[in-house]
Design a protein around this ligand. Sequence first.
Ligand SMILES: Nc1ncnc2c1ncn2[C@@H]1O[C@H](COP(=O)(O)OP(=O)(O)OP(=O)(O)O)[C@@H](O)[C@H]1O
Length: 280
Amino acid sequence: MNAIEIRDLSKSYKDFNLEHLNLTLPGGCIMGLVGENGAGKSTTIKLILNMIHRDCGSISILGRDNVTEMQSLKEDIGVVLDEVGLPECLNRRQVGNIMALTFKNWDSDYFEALCVKLGVPDQKKFGEYSKGMKMKIGIAVAMSHHPKLLILDEATSGLDPVVRDDVLDLLNDFTRDEDHAVLVSSHIVSDLEKICDYIAFMHQGQLVLCEEKDRLTELYGLIRCSAEQLKELNPQAVIGKSESPYGVEAVVRRAELPAGWEVSPIDIEELFVMMVRGRA
Ligand SMILES: Nc1ncnc2c1ncn2[C@@H]1O[C@H](COP(=O)(O)OP(=O)(O)OP(=O)(O)O)[C@@H](O)[C@H]1O
């Protein structure tokens, strides 16, 4: 079963349009959502979680409609947003006690084990936590009712590299179960590169690309040429470019390129930067 199916989703703000978004996250997979500041990643995540109203389209989570069935879906979804909102006066044990009343499947032992693994302080109150500590307890809370789908919006950016690595391991372990899936937005492309099965690129409210990570380097490459040479190419072949007085660097679809061009491999971070720059 697909973990998330988004069909023809649109949402407009005064200066921003998310337009006809279609996206599928298969079960057992981790999808990384990348895009420049303001691309629409958090808006998409809020729409998935039914935190904001959509203009049109449909979203199905674990086979259930995300509006009419959100109440029951809450047990199956673990969420970490960029701000973890917990009462400032609670320590970690008290947070666990409250969550035990909130979720039917709350697993106190697992919560305690995750807190210890991630280094969540024992006695301090949430209000005294650093940003990273807040994220850590947010991640432990999100996982301790044994959800089937985890959604993380910029959840790892405040964490030190060692803890980030622990979190990436947790996400990898989580998706060993075919019923589990993760949607994670991050600006740390190297993290996504390590764990994701799929990468979805958003740009100015549109999904520019969604591919299996391993296929990205097969499908796309980098060419260096003059502006005149670039004009000879089918515009469909070029998905982003950067011009300088010395020539042009362009990201191309390898399959659309005529024979004879020398194409260099491109990593995901470079691909992302070139796509954003080339389209800006
Ligand atoms: N409540 C709102 N009212 C008006 N505009 C909004 C609102 N929320 C978001 N936006 C606009 O929607 C656009 C997309 O914002 P969004 O937070 O989804 O981007 P993002 O990709 O998550 O960016 P970042 O990487 O900076 O977190 C931005 O232009 C933002 O100003």
